[in-house]
Design a protein around this ligand. Sequence first.
Ligand SMILES: NC(=O)c1ccc[n+]([C@@H]2O[C@H](COP(=O)([O-])OP(=O)(O)OC[C@H]3O[C@@H](n4cnc5c(N)ncnc54)[C@H](O)[C@@H]3O)[C@@H](O)[C@H]2O)c1
Length: 254
Amino acid sequence: MSLDEKVCLVTGAATGIGEAIAERLAALGATVCLADIDGAKAGAVAERIGGHAWTADVSCSADVQRFVDEAAGRFGRIDAIVNNAGIAVGGTVADTTEEDWQRVLATNLTGVWLGMKYALPHLRRTTGCIVNMASVQALVGLPGWAAYAATKGAIIALTQQAAVEYGPEGIRVNCLAPGTIMTPMNERIFASASDPDALIESWNSSHALGRFGQPGEVATAAAFLVSDDASFITGTCLRVDGGLTILGPTGRAD
Ligand SMILES: NC(=O)c1ccc[n+]([C@@H]2O[C@H](COP(=O)([O-])OP(=O)(O)OC[C@H]3O[C@@H](n4cnc5c(N)ncnc54)[C@H](O)[C@@H]3O)[C@@H](O)[C@H]2O)c1
């Protein structure tokens, strides 16, 4: 698989899954443009992998437009955008504050929509593609993540919507649904748990493979969807979840 000659944009690329995706795309030969609200960190990653960094808040229309247009202007084209940036804020349906609800929607959902909206004029010139970051939490209920789950479910719907709108032009739009991946996002959740070891054990055992995933295991799936090897795949939600969504009750009969 080669991404030579392709210009690929990745949001939320300063750490975690986005960093791993940027690294993987660069290793496959792509020119990678990284955007993150933490521009300094994105700059350090860009330097390490040979990419190019922007400071951008994906919930801010002007930031996203500037990132996309400047990247296209500098490199002459855009072949793919990976809308990965997201935040995890806990809370049940009743407990979630209106402020948290709006914050999560703005980053996770509006951010994905803005990335698609402003990249599409460029992607239509190259017959490019889009990969959005959903989550297993779009597919199964995990108590206490109302706003987060709502945004991830909407990302699957929005991905399908874009896939049918731009499919006739050859533009492919897919999303990924990772299970638990060890990134700073989850390290923060574990650090604030009353019993981190018990939480880690319970999350490990909720995957059929009995363990978390690593960012690189999502990055290889993202690279596949970006590549021409996925030329007949569009509108899909690819689970990269170690079997989390197919695991039933784990009590054994024997
Ligand atoms: N880690 C998991 O278990 C997991 C599982 C399923 C889905 N996901 C999704 O994968 C994506 C990446 O998650 P992660 O675990 O790597 O998170 P992370 O917190 O480790 O990294 C997220 C990155 O996004 C950046 N970011 C946050 N808000 C931003 C904004 N408004 N504009 C631009 N950049 C912003 C952060 O600075 C950070 O660099 C998210 O969409 C998340 O919902 C993660």
